[in-house]
Design a protein around this ligand. Structure first.
Ligand code: ADP
Ligand code: MG
Length: 454
């Protein structure tokens, strides 16, 4: 059996990831169709941080799930390094999900009973890889949690927990990371830590982040795709315009900013360079001077540390370059999640939580005993017990009933509608019992009464 799911043919001029004409329709509550994704086509490069922006219900999660093979489109296809999902078997989808894509969700989905490093070690093992210390260390380093290896998740901040979740996603060494509102439950400061981590990873991987926070998207995104009603309404890519150093004191940023070094004494050349720039731009430029002025301008005008200005412009064809992938590269590795490991995670759960196991078993036993007791109490019938015991004991026994007869007459509006004789069981009096003893000479008299005839 080969672990390659496809014949190793190479693909030229293809994208790392492409989605084509995707449509996903859900049945809504009132029976109406909801077109969650309504004809989306996009191409993605091998790396970079892409934001899917849009209001709640715009289809962001659906698109992300379709990209990650967590959900299937009603029509259209996803194409991974040239391989179309139309040719995927179920096993191919499993491989894609399990080895190619790392998922991060708003909920951290990490195991609280395990330390940070154990969470990662376990994930490594589940992936069928050795959980050697170095591998765990390397992964924790990538998310800057080295110092937190021994900590339990409940001692971490939300942002740190989310980074454990990211670390766990990295265990597969995925080429794509899909994060659905990873900062949704975090405050702005811890949210930033998470985005910083994802940003760093996006230098080597394709990272697609679902968010409804435009500010974060603009700050961190290399590209922002905006969705509305399942359609792409805008797709923009960040472009850096380098600062042009005019002299020691003066530089021009983009086409509208003059930056003057803090406290600089401007020379005549500086002044005329500035004047020329302003004239050329028709006076629509800003002169920012002094550290404070530049700092605040950085935010408004998205100027980075190197003085380069970041602008968003429409995403163009060449932004996600086409590539050639060898058969080897576009082969999906069959995921390995042998049963052995599934058992192990169960067993390791027991090892780590002996007390919990003990109490679980104890409580289960108590619960069953209580149930048994309750059912005995509920269904206990002393008469039946006594008669059964006698019946089964082998002693001779007789059953005597004492009945009384009565005539009941029913009237409706003064007119007799029914009259008849009935009888019913009744208690024995002590005199009755004495009479019976005498008559039948019972050595052991057990007298009960029953309304049953018998
Ligand atoms: P977002 O992530 O942007 O908030 P979603 O992709 O979750 O949006 O949902 C897009 C639309 O599809 C919404 O109208 C939502 O109600 C609907 N939808 C999503 N998932 C389902 C589902 N499993 N069943 C029915 N409708 C769904
Ligand atoms: Mg969502």
């Amino acid at each position: 059996m080969s672990d390659g799911l496809f014949k190793p043919t190479s693909f030229k001029g293809v994208f790392m990831l492409e989605v084509k004409d995707l449509i996903k329709v859900y049945k809504g509550k009132n029976g109406n169709d909801v077109r969650a994704i309504d004809g989306v086509s996009l191409t993605f490069a091998e790396k970079g941080m892409i934001f899917l922006l849009g209001k709640s219900g715009s289809g962001k999660s659906t698109l992300l799930n379709l990209c990650g093979g967590l959900d299937f489109p009603d029509s259209g296809e996803i194409i991974i390094k040239g391989r179309s999902s139309k040719d995927f078997s179920q096993a191919d989808f499993d491989s894609y999900r399990n080895t190619f894509v790392g998922f991060v969700f708003q909920e951290y989905n990490i195991l609280d009973e395990f330390s940070v490093e154990s969470n990662i070690a376990l994930a490594l093992e589940l992936q069928g890889r050795s959980k050697d210390r170095q591998a765990v260390k390397d992964i924790l380093e990538k998310v800057e949690l080295t110092d937190f290896a021994k900590r339990k998740p409940n001692t971490l901040s939300g942002g740190q927990k989310q980074r454990v979740a990211i670390a766990r996603a990295l265990v597969k060494n995925p080429e794509i990371i899909l994060a659905d509102e990873p900062t949704g439950a975090l405050d702005s400061a811890t949210g930033k830590q998470v985005l910083d981590t994802l940003k760093k990873l996006s230098e080597e991987k394709l990272v697609i982040v679902v968010s409804h926070d435009r500010e974060f998207a603009e700050q961190y995104g290399d590209r922002i795709i905006e969705l509305k009603d399942g359609k792409v309404i805008s797709d923009v890519t960040k472009e850096k315009v380098a600062a042009k150093q005019a002299s020691e004191n003066v530089s021009f940023i983009g086409d509208d900013t003059v930056a003057v070094k803090d406290g600089a004494a401007l020379t005549d050349e500086d002044m005329s360079a500035i004047k020329n720039f302003l004239v050329k731009k028709g006076g629509k430029a800003v002169v920012a001077s002094g550290a404070k002025a530049v700092n605040s301008y950085e935010k408004v005008s998205k100027i980075d540390k190197d003085g380069a200005q970041e602008n968003f412009r429409d995403t163009q064809d060449g932004d996600a370059p086409k590539k050639e992938y060898s058969g080897e590269e576009s082969k999906l590795i069959r995921s390995r999640l042998p049963l052995r490991h599934a058992v192990k995670i169960g067993v390791s759960g027991l090892k780590v939580k002996p007390f919990r196991l003990f109490f679980t078993v104890l409580l289960s036993v108590v619960a069953f005993v209580m149930f048994g007791l309750l059912s005995v109490l509920l269904f206990f019938d002393p008469i039946e017990l006594a008669s059964d015991t006698y019946a089964q004991s082998g002693y001779g026994y007789i059953v005597i009933n004492k009945h009384y007869s009565y005539i009941s007459t029913h009237y409706k509006f003064g007119v007799e509608t029914y009259s008849g004789e009935s009888d019913d069981g009744t208690d024995f009096t002590p005199a009755d019992l004495a009479e019976a003893r005498e008559k039948y000479g019972a050595a052991y008299g057990a007298f009960t009464y029953s309304t049953d005839d018998g």
